[in-house]
Each structure stands twice: as C-alpha cells, then as structure tokens.
Design a protein around this ligand. Structure first.
Ligand SMILES: [Zn+2]
Length: 74
C-alpha cells in the first residue's frame, strides 16, 4: 500500500494518494497526482488505473473537534 503523506510544494497542503484499478488490465499510463487543495501537480506515476487523492486533515483540526466534543458542542 502506498500511504506516504505528500506535502504540496505550492500550498503546503498534506494529502495521500492511491490507485484505483480502472479495469483496463495492462494499459499503463502516466497519471499526474495533483494537490486536492490547489491543483498543483505533485508528481506523476505510471499505473494501469487512475489516481485518487485524499486530503490529510491537519492535526489542529482534530484538536478543535476534540475540544468541541469535550465542551459538549458536538
Ligand atoms: Zn497545493
């Protein structure tokens, strides 16, 4: 599994990516992995499927949610 967290060189956003098997065996193609925040191309990979990117929430976001939960706001 590819679970590396990518940091966008343009906006600093963190995200991960994985490959969806597009159902086209053997048809390898060069796909770009784009930042989900600003659309900057991070790098390209040669895969047979398609690239899906997923945002990695900043730790601060989780802390905020945890604090709100503690305060009974959620
Ligand atoms: Zn970005």
């Amino acid at each position: 599994m590819k679970s590396d967290v990518i940091t966008c060189k343009k906006c600093g956003g963190k995200f991960t990516w994985h490959e969806y098997n597009g159902g086209y065996p053997g048809g390898k193609d060069r796909e770009s992995v784009d930042c989900p925040y600003c659309g900057e191309e991070a790098f390209t990979v040669v895969i047979s499927g398609v690239v899906a990117v997923e945002k990695v929430e900043e730790p601060g976001t989780d802390e905020t949610v945890a604090t709100m939960t503690t305060l009974g706001l959620l």
